[in-house]
Design a protein around this ligand. Structure first.
Ligand code: PLP
Length: 408
C-alpha cells in the first residue's frame, strides 16, 4: 500500500475558486487576497491580517519593521525549521538558540537565561501545531526586570517598550490556546500556507497583527503593505486603475505579496477547514495514539492539555531508547513498505550553516535526544482508516525487528 507523506488537499471547490481567479482578469494581489485576509482575521479573532508569499517573508517583514539589525539578538528554539533563524541572519542580527522541553516547545526557563540587553525579539515556534505557553511568554517580557534590560533603538521599539514576541505559527493555523484560535496571543503571529501545511495556498503566509494595545494596526498594516511591495505607495491593483498610474517609492522594500490565484486556494480551503479538515486530522491523531499506546517503546506526542489544543499538523512519534542510526533504519523499513515518513526537524546546530557560525549540538541535549528518536507519520484528510492502520502495523513490525536485533 503506497502511502505518501503529505499531499495537498485539493477538491472541486478549490479548483473552482482558482478557476474563478484565473478567469477574472486579475491574478496577482487583489480582491481574493484581501478577502482571505479578512477571513483569517475573523477566524483567529485578530484586528488585522496581512497576507504575504511565505511565512519566511512574514517573519522577516516583522523583524525589519521592528528595526532588528546587526548587534541585536533574537531568541529562537534550536529545534525548528531553518526559516525561524535564517530571517534573523538576513537582518544581520544574531539568533540565540534555546533548547526545547519534552513536548518539543521552547524551554521557558532557558529563554529567561538567554535574555540580554541586546535581545529585541523572541520567536517561539508552535511546533507541529501545538501552541506555545503564550501567557507565560508574555508575562516574562512584561516583567519589570526584563523590561529594564531592554534598550530600544527605533520608534517601534520605544512604543512597545519591551522584547517583541513574534510567534512562528507556521504549523498552527486553527490550534487553540485558552479557548481562542492561535493568532491573537503574541504581539504578531505568522502562519505558513506552504504546500505541506494543513491549510495551503501552495506557497504563502499571513501576519496577524495582534498588538493593537500598543500600535494603530491599520497604520502598521499600511506600512507593512508598502514594505512588502518595493516600498511602493500604491498596490498593484490601485496602480492599474484607469488614470491612477503615478506612484512613489519611499524605501527599498521587498517583493513579498500574495497573488490572488494562490489566495483562491486558501479561501476555498478555509470554508471547510473547521468543519472537515481539522476534525479529520484529529481522528487520525487519535487513531495513531490508540494504536501505539499499547507499546511500551512508543513515546506519544502531547497534543492537548487543559490550556491548549493542537491543529494536528505533524504527528511526531518517538521511540524510546533507540539511536539515531536505528531511527534511520526504521525509516528505511517504512520506505521499503512504501510508507513515506519524515523527520521534523534536524536541530539547527546539526546543519552546516549554523555549525560554521559556532553553534554546537552538545549545547542543546534535549533537541538532540528528541530529534534522534523522532519519526513523523503521515496525516492528511484523505488518509483512510485502513491506511492509518497500515502505517501503525508497518511501524510496529519495523520497531519490533529493530528492538529484537538489539537484544540479541
Ligand atoms: C517552523 C517553521 N517556520 C517557518 C517556516 C517557513 O514557512 P514558509 O515555507 O511558508 O516560508 C516553516 C516551513 O516549513 C516551518 O516549519
Amino acid at each position: 500500500m503506497k502511502i505518501p507523506f503529505s499531499p495537498p488537499y485539493i477538491d472541486q471547490d478549490i479548483l473552482d475558486e482558482v478557476m474563478d481567479a484565473l478567469k477574472s482578469g486579475w491574478i496577482t494581489t487583489g480582491p481574493k487576497t484581501k478577502q482571505f485576509e479578512r477571513d483569517i482575521a475573523e477566524y483567529c479573532g485578530v484586528p488585522k491580517v496581512l497576507c504575504v508569499n511565505s511565512a519566511t517573508a512574514g517573519l522577516e517583514l516583522m523583524l525589519r519593521w521592528y528595526g532588528v539589525k546587526e548587534g541585536d539578538e533574537v531568541i529562537v528554539p534550536a529545534y525548528t525549521y531553518s526559516a525561524t533563524a535564517n530571517v534573523v541572519l538576513h537582518c544581520g542580527a544574531t539568533p540565540v538558540m534555546v533548547d526545547i522541553q519534552d513536548n518539543f516547545l521552547i524551554d521557558l526557563e532557558k529563554i529567561e537565561a538567554a535574555i540580554t540587553p541586546k535581545t529585541k525579539v523572541i520567536i517561539p515556534v508552535d511546533i507541529f501545531g501545538y501552541p506555545c505557553d503564550f501567557d507565560k511568554l508574555m508575562a516574562l517580557v512584561q516583567r519589570a526586570d526584563i523590561k529594564a534590560k531592554f534598550h530600544p533603538n527605533t520608534e517601534e521599539q520605544k512604543t512597545l517598550g519591551r522584547i517583541m514576541i513574534l510567534d512562528d505559527a507556521a504549523h498552527s493555523v486553527g490550534a487553540a490556546y485558552k479557548g481562542k484560535k492561535v493568532g491573537s496571543q503574541a504581539d504578531a503571529v505568522v502562519f505558513s500556507f506552504h504546500a505541506v501545511k494543513n491549510l495551503t495556498t501552495a506557497e504563502g503566509g499571513a501576519i496577524c497583527l495582534a498588538f493593537d494595545q500598543y500600535f494603530d494596526v491599520e497604520n502598521v498594516y499600511r506600512q507593512l503593505n508598502i514594505k512588502s511591495l518595493h516600498g511602493q505607495t500604491k498596490d498593484a491593483m490601485s496602480k492599474t486603475q484607469t488614470g491612477a498610474w503615478r506612484y512613489d517609492i519611499v524605501e527599498a522594500g521587498y517583493k513579498f505579496n500574495m497573488p490572488d490565484v494562490l489566495a483562491a486556494i486558501g479561501l476555498a480551503t478555509m470554508k471547510k477547514y473547521e468543519s472537515y479538515i481539522l476534525p479529520r486530522r484529529k481522528e487520525i491523531f487519535e487513531r495513531y495514539t490508540a494504536g501505539f499506546s499499547k507499546y511500551e517503546w512508543a513515546q506519544l506526542p502531547e497534543y492537548y492539555n487543559a490550556d491548549k489544543v493542537s491543529c494536528y499538523h505533524v504527528f511526531p512519534l518517538r521511540i524510546k531508547n533507540i539511536t539515531e542510526a536505528e531511527r534511520d533504519a526504521l525509516i528505511d523499513k517504512m520506505a521499503a513498505a512504501e510508507v513515506s515518513v519524515n523527520v521534523h526537524f534536524q536541530p539547527l546546530p546539526l546543519l552546516t550553516l549554523y555549525k560554521n557560525l559556532g553553534y554546537k549540538m552538545s549545547d542543546y541535549p534535549n533537541s538532540w535526544d528528541h530529534y534522534s528518536r523522532e519519526i513523523s507519520l503521515p496525516v492528511y484528510p484523505n488518509l483512510t482508516e485502513e491506511q492509518v492502520d497500515f502505517v501503525i502495523h508497518t511501524m510496529v513490525n519495523a520497531v519490533e525487528s529493530i528492538l529484537a536485533a538489539k537484544s540479541v
